[in-house]
Unconditional design. Structure first.
Length: 399
């Protein structure tokens, strides 16, 4: 109590109080709030209190820190279509990246498979704290990863396999969706035959087609890795053809089509922003791009693509985007409620609202100030992290 409470969905409260009870947020009140007797009081005077940050596109747990090939489970590079693989099955909660995330105020992450394949697999939205990934899960699957552009073209082109071009990559994706449409039609026909007591043949399960069918039914979004404007246009074209919910991941040149993206209400998870122009499709990378997209009415989230950029630098990317024109309020939304909505977990996290999970961070000051520090972090109402100024390091609770 007593700090500057930034609910995100609502105006900041000076001298506010956030009441936590049974792992949930029970109240968000101003300075006149009477704290119930018997509760533990944390004095946040002079501090900022915010919801935990969220990185909507990262590889924490599947691309483990300092583990080399043994900890590299990002890409199943054995087929252009691996829709059936699940990031959940490779996430290691012991990955040091999760502790880095918490130290940087990031309490949740959407873990994506990589972008080597045109269709890479199913994502998982998880909290950054837990003994097993099963107890960390917020939503699974939270999307289906796909890639356009240089990555699949390079990976399979080097093998002289399909796809070796952009048109081949699009063809692989289209073919997979047509197969999923046919699969759904067979299931519907089989169900109709059973209802009419006519002879019916059993449709064998196909895990790839089941995953793609979830996208077609709009149960999960299509997470489209694309940088260049022409690849973004292809992503939008295919979304119109098959009628699924599209999320643009990276979106380096999305600002060139910002009006079209805004009109179609397609969110963009932009980043990573702290990288060199390491390939052709990154030639227009700029810290000004988040501000350009937001100004055009596009809903944005900011990503580190960890470990491409270390996940605890998430808020620093937002800070420098503000320096280059992004509104500060939008910057905080881009690491809280916007990513929560994009990955479908906004009913639980993303803002300090009554009924949501008690996942919050106490900062020494404005988190958009690079000198501010995440001092204490709470997940489900339990303090899991505290920065020790004497030791000059963070101290974590036991699992």
């Amino acid at each position: 109590m007593g700090g500057r409470v930034v609910p995100v969905e609502g105006e900041p409260i000076e001298g506010g109080t956030v009441l936590l009870r049974d792992g949930k947020i029970a109240a968000v009140e101003g300075p006149g709030f009477a704290v119930p007797s018997g509760v533990t009081v944390v004095d946040a005077t002079g501090k900022w209190v915010l919801p935990g940050f969220i990185d909507a596109h990262a590889h924490a747990g599947v691309h483990e820190e300092a583990q080399g090939w043994a900890g590299q489970d990002t890409n199943e590079r054995t087929s252009p279509n691996t829709a059936h693989v699940r990031a959940l099955d490779a996430i290691n909660p012991a990955d040091e990246g999760f502790r880095d995330a918490i130290a940087g105020g990031v309490l949740a992450v959407n873990v994506n498979p990589g972008s080597a394949n045109p269709i890479g697999g199913q994502t998982a939205a998880i909290k950054c704290w837990g003994r097993t990934v099963d107890e960390m899960v917020l939503r699974e699957p939270a999307g289906l990863k796909s890639a356009l552009g240089e990555n699949p073209k390079r990976v399979y082109g080097e093998r002289n396999e399909t796809p070796s071009t952009r048109l081949g990559t699009a063809a692989v994706i289209r073919g997979a969706f047509v197969a999923a449409q046919n699969y759904q039609a067979k299931l519907a026909a089989s169900a109709a035959s059973e209802d009419s007591s006519a002879d019916s043949s059993v449709v064998e399960r196909d895990l790839k087609l089941e995953a793609l069918s979830r996208v077609l039914r709009r149960e999960i979004p299509w997470r489209q890795h694309c940088h260049r404007a022409d690849d973004i246009a292809t992503a939008m074209r295919m979304a119109r053809e098959f009628g699924y919910d599209l999320v643009i991941d990276h979106g380096t040149e999305a600002y060139l089509l910002a009006d079209q993206i805004a009109a179609a209400q397609i969110p963009v998870i932009i980043g990573p922003l702290f990288t060199s122009r390491s390939k052709v499709e990154l030639r227009n990378r700029s810290l000004a791009n988040p501000g350009r997209l937001a100004a055009a009415g596009v809903t944005i989230a900011i990503t580190t693509d960890h470990p491409v950029v270390p996940i605890h630098f998430l808020i620093y990317q937002a800070t420098l985007a503000v320096k280059e024109g992004l509104d500060p309020v939008t910057a905080l939304r881009a690491v809280t409620i916007n990513p929560a909505r994009i990955i479908g977990v906004d009913a639980r996290i993303g803002s300090l609202s009554v009924g949501k999970d008690a996942d919050l961070v106490i900062w020494s000051g404005d988190p958009l100030d690079v000198m501010s520090r995440a001092e204490r972090a709470f997940v489900d109402g339990r303090e899991i992290y505290r920065y020790d100024y004497d030791l000059r390091e963070g101290v974590f609770a036991a699992h």
